[in-house]
Design a binder for this molecule. Structure first.
Ligand code: HPA
Length: 248
């Protein structure tokens, strides 16, 4: 499998465990080590799209152990220029409910101890990338348009707080995130988004709202996830299909 990809890639995790599992893939070594999984080539109409399972096949890598640098560097080796990151989040913002989708516009990074930059002691260069606006406006617009095409409601905007995990948050931590301006909470967006920027890739995120954040519902978090994961995932798959349909 040596075919080169076109410029788009999807990186996905929870909810997508069996997605593309029977498609042949390619392991690609990088200066940062091996990516989470083989990179698979998907076909949407006339678009060839690279697909990477963020947590590995069989979901063995928790968010804080994912080699984000290798994942993005492997995609860059294939010529990927545009990344659609699909992830699950808890909902902080009142008025939004699990089962829905969102295309966040900002993020706050609370992670620590992750290899978060391609620039290290082995780098010949260093660039302090401008991260004022972490997401690509064109890709965000494309995802939102895809939602309209597919007839799937996608919330436009919001701030994604990225926590370290693997444990979920306390109710007080969620209150603090809300005071900080966060609308969603998840564990995988960083350093993925920043490394994509360092590699000069365009990047946007499609978030699956799968639970009320800690302390925000009478219902248990896992009960919430069980109820909403399937519909959020099937909505996300429809949005991705429409995204690539709209490019043709
Ligand atoms: N917190 C952190 N990460 C998550 C959550 C959450 O509530 N739901 C899905 N990913």
């Amino acid at each position: 499998m040596t075919e080169r990809a076109t410029g788009y890639a999807i990186i996905a995790g929870s909810g997508f465990e069996s997605f593309a599992a029977d498609t042949a893939g390619q392991w690609l070594e990088t200066p940062f080590g091996m990516p989470s999984a083989e990179i698979r080539q998907l076909t949407y109409g006339t678009c060839k799209v690279s697909y990477l399972a963020r947590h590995g096949d069989g979901r063995h890598l928790p968010a804080h152990r994912v080699n984000y640098r290798a994942n993005l560097a492997a995609l860059a080796r294939l010529g990927v220029s545009d990344v659609l990151a699909v992830n699950t989040v808890g909902v902080i913002r009142a008025g939004l409910a699990p089962g829905a989708l969102a295309v966040p516009v900002q993020l706050i990074d609370y992670t620590y101890g992750r290899d978060h930059s391609i620039y290290d002691e082995n780098s010949a260069t260093l660039d302090h990338v401008d991260f004022t606006r972490p997401f690509c406006d064109d890709l965000r617009a494309g995802l939102l348009q895809a939602g309209r095409t597919a007839g799937v409601a996608c919330f436009d905007g919001g701030v994604y707080a990225v926590t370290q995990g693997p444990r979920l948050e306390t109710a007080a931590e969620i209150d603090r995130l809300e005071r900080d301006g966060a609308d969603f909470v998840g564990m995988t967006l960083m350093p993925e988004a920043a490394i994509a920027r360092e590699l000069r890739m365009r990047f946007a995120c499609l978030s699956l709202l799968v639970n009320h954040a800690a302390g925000r519902s009478e219902k248990g978090i896992y009960e919430d996830i069980e109820t909403s994961m399937e519909s959020a995932t099937s909505h996300a798959l429809r949005v991705l299909e429409a995204f690539f349909e709209n490019l043709q």
